[in-house]
Design a protein around this ligand. Structure first.
Ligand code: SAM
Length: 230
């Protein structure tokens, strides 16, 4: 008897193998377990038929996962970054990678690496890259979003601005995903601002927790949060 046709890859628990391979080959700061949780959230949010937005592209590692979920759902993934790196990624700091520096101008520029990553993953047509400062882009934004993934700057100033700028655009039933949430000060690597933003989101009554995977938190907009901007 012929083998039964395989289900569509995205109906399975994780991303297709070639997407997983592209993710694992990409430069970046998203561990596999958290990446799989992000992918699951993106697949769920994709059912709303709205764009999925990331703050903090870097070299596109997590973008691959959002892009593949967006592809499967027939929506677009959006990713925001000024591509000049966060504080802790600058020369002399712990997370600096000299390969990300543009030798002509001596500043970080992760855009070329991001574009190579997406091209290699075959996902370019599913992603719109928004190059600029997150609060500046958010101030111009007017479209509801199925998912907002906050993985940008880790100072209180940046993390709060990302929350204030983008969370209001999460549609009813949509997901707010926050990375690098470390409740214990001794576990944190880049500061506890994402943890404080996570508490702020829960405290607002507009979001409820859906899942916890290491430092990745998935929240959903509650009924009480319905009808807000976005
Ligand atoms: C932790 S990295 C993102 C990691 C990425 N999601 C991954 O999977 O590897 C944070 C990124 O946020 C960007 N960033 C920091 N502050 C920003 C801001 N205010 N506006 C836009 N991008 C910002 C940095 O340039 C950096 O590329």
């Amino acid at each position: 008897m012929p083998a039964a046709p395989s289900p569509e890859p995205n109906e399975q628990a994780g991303p297709p193998s070639q997407i997983l391979a592209a993710f694992e080959a990409a430069k970046g700061f998203m561990p596999l377990g958290e990446g799989l949780a992000l992918y699951e959230a993106a697949v769920e949010a994709g059912r709303l038929g709205l764009p999925l937005l990331e703050v903090g592209t870097y070299c596109g590692r997590s973008t691959i996962l959002l892009a593949d979920a967006a592809r499967a759902a027939g929506v677009t993934a959006l990713t925001v970054d000024h591509h000049r790196g966060s504080e802790e990624q600058q020369p002399g700091w712990e997370y600096h990678d000299p390969e990300t520096v543009d030798p002509e101008i001596g500043l970080m520029d992760t855009l070329p690496s991001f574009r190579r990553t997406l091209h290699r993953a075959g996902l370019e047509e599913h992603v719109v890259a928004l190059v600029g400062r997150s609060p500046q882009i958010a101030a111009l934004w007017g479209t509801p979003l199925g998912l907002v993934f906050i993985d940008g700057g880790h100072t209180d100033e940046h993390a709060n601005a990302d929350y204030e700028g983008w969370a209001p655009h999460v549609a009813p039933g949509g997901l707010l995903v926050i990375h690098d949430v470390f409740p214990e000060p001794e576990d944190e690597f880049t500061g506890q601002a994402p943890y404080r933003v996570y508490l702020r989101a829960l405290g607002s009554g507009e979001f409820t927790e859906v899942s916890v995977t290491d430092s990745l938190r998935v929240l959903k907009r509650t009924e009480a949060g319905r009808g807000r901007r976005g």
